[in-house]
Design a protein around this ligand. Structure first.
Ligand SMILES: NC(=O)c1ccc[n+]([C@@H]2O[C@H](COP(=O)([O-])OP(=O)(O)OC[C@H]3O[C@@H](n4cnc5c(N)ncnc54)[C@H](OP(=O)(O)O)[C@@H]3O)[C@@H](O)[C@H]2O)c1
Length: 255
């Protein structure tokens, strides 16, 4: 048993078919956890679960599709995860939406509401569905994937940044509410990571250069560089940490 061991733990990770969520699922599986792979597309979830089972042993991963914008989908994600593995020890609220790039004056009400619903309200739904069993066992770790966008002003990602700042506060609030039951709630705030979600920010070489020129490590990150913090928060290594946000951005926000 090592500090970062996740043997015997079950982790549900939303948005885990690619990008940061997939890297977290892979690394948690590597550290011994059973993992639930989830996104909107059932066939892709199945494919990723099959690949994780091939690398980490049959029965390591199951696929359960769910759209985070649907309360029914999230309830069935929790019910099916419990049916498959008997419990949920670690919940990673990773999936999020950002349908708008540009000034806040140009965002539609529907886009603004979608961002707040999917990135804040849905996290609270899912967490509330998982909390009762964690209270019963007096143990649990909840991880919300926020963003450094939630720490700074933005001229193009305004509503998204608001939602990610709110996620940090959600973690602090829930950490205070559930600490008495030994449930830890923390955020990871990645900087720019090379995924489909952030493609608009790194695809163009001039954009990329502008974004990395003053960053100490002079580059953007890859999904696997976020996974270690999730393993820390989901394992014994993170047992005394709650209500916190770990920034992982190559130093971009401190320079
Ligand atoms: N990449 C960055 O630079 C960066 C920086 C800071 C924070 N983040 C945060 O990191 C998290 C993951 O982003 P990523 O960059 O890894 O994105 P990604 O590579 O595009 O992966 C997104 C994952 O979420 C799933 N997903 C998307 N919408 C969903 C929905 N409505 N319901 C359920 N699943 C959904 C996707 O699958 P389907 O599309 O098939 O459903 C996919 O599995 C997000 O919270 C994002 O805000 C990213």
């Amino acid at each position: 048993m090592t500090l970062f061991d996740m043997k015997g733990k079950v982790a549900v990770i939303t948005g885990s078919t690619r990008g940061i969520g997939r890297a977290i699922a892979e690394r948690m599986a590597e550290h011994g956890a059973k993992v639930v792979i989830s996104s909107r597309k059932a066939d892709v979830c199945e494919q990723v679960a099959t690949e994780i089972n091939a690398s980490h042993g049959e029965g390591t991963a199951v696929a359960i599709a769910a759209n985070i914008s649907s309360k029914e989908d999230l309830q069935s994600l929790v019910d099916e995860s419990n049916r498959s593995f008997g419990k949920i020890d670690v919940l990673v609220c990773n999936a999020a939406s950002n349908p708008h790039y540009g000034p806040l004056a140009t965002i539609s009400d529907d886009q603004f509401r979608k961002i707040l619903d999917n990135n804040i309200v849905a996290n609270n739904w899912l967490i509330s569905m998982v909390i009762p069993q964690m209270i019963e066992r007096k143990d649990g770790s909840i991880i919300i994937v926020s963003s450094v966008g939630g720490l700074k002003g933005s001229t193009i990602l305004g509503a998204y940044a608001i939602s990610k700042a709110a996620d940090m506060q959600l973690a602090r609030n829930l950490a205070c509410e559930y600490g008495q039951h030994n449930i830890r709630v923390n955020c990871i705030a990645p900087g720019l990571i090379k995924t489909d979600f952030a493609k608009a920010l790194w695809d163009n070489p001039d954009n990329l250069k502008a974004r990395t020129a003053r960053s100490p490590l002079l580059r953007i990150g890859i999904p696997d560089e976020i996974a270690g913090a999730a393993v820390l928060m989901g394992s014994k290594a993170g047992n005394f940490m709650t209500g916190q946000t770990i920034v992982i951005d190559g130093g971009a926000t401190i320079s």
